[in-house]
Design a binder for this molecule. Sequence first.
Ligand code: ADP
Length: 256
Amino acid sequence: MSPQNEKDRVAWLRGPSAQCEAAPENDSTAWRLVLLGAPGVGKGTQADLLNQRLGACHLSTGDVFRAAGSQSECEQSPAMKEALGHMRRGALVPDATVWEMVRERIACLRCGGGFILDGFPRTLGQAESLQQLMDSEGLALTAVVNYELPTSEIVTRLGGRRTCEKCKAVFHVTERPPKIAGSCDRCDGKLFQREDDRPESIKVRLEAYERSTAPLIDFYGKAGLLVRVAATGSPDEIFEITLTDLKSRRARQLAN
Ligand code: ADP
C-alpha cells in the first residue's frame, strides 16, 4: 500500500476527525466502483489489488465497524454499540446507522481519486441512498462488479480467513498464506480471525446476503452497471479478469 493510500484509509476509518493530507487532484479517469458478492467471496482481497493498480481508495464499511469495535466502550456512541452487536451475530447493521456513517465520510466519495466501495451498499435502501447522493453530487458509478461463487466454497474461504489487525490486509491459511504464519507480509502486524468468521455467524451472514444483498444484482443490472466475474481461481487470476472486464467496459463507454 502506498503512503498516499495509507493516509486515505485512515481518513475513511476514522471519519471526519481525520483528513486526507494529500488528496488527489480531480481525475477525469478516476474509477468509482462498487464490489458486490457474498461474504467470503474475496471482495476485500480484490479491492486491495484494484486499489494498488487503479489508485482509487478501498472503502470498506466492515473495516469502519471493526475499527470502532477496537475503541474503548466509552468512545463508542450508543448507535455504534448497537451496530457492533448486530455485526458480532453476523446480522446486518440497520440502514440508518450505516447511512449516517457513510454520510460522515462523504469526502471520501467526493474524492477526485475515485473509490472502491466494499460492503456498501448492502440493501436496496442503501443502494437508493447512494444513488441519490451521487446524483446530487453530479457523480456517477463507473461499474458494479459482482463476484460469484458457490456457497460450499464460500464457507471454506471464511473459515480460513485471517486479517491483519494493523493494516487490514487479508490472508488465507492455505490459499493466500502469509510468509510467516500469524504475521502480516506488509506491516508485520498480527493476523487474527474475525469474530463473525465463526460457523454460527457465517450462517447468519449468508442468509442476510441472500435476503438483502442479492437483490442488488438485479438493481445494478437494470442500471446497466453490472460486471459479472466468476470468483474461482487464484486472487491474481480473478483480479486480471476483473481488470480486463472493467477496461473493456470503459473502452466501450468511451467509444459510444
Ligand atoms: P463480509 O466479509 O461478511 O462481507 P464486511 O467486512 O463487509 O463483511 O462486514 C462485516 C459486518 O459489518 C457485516 O456482517 C455487517 O454486520 C456489518 N456491515 C458492514 N457493512 C454493512 C452495510 N453496508 N450494511 C449493514 N451492515 C453492514
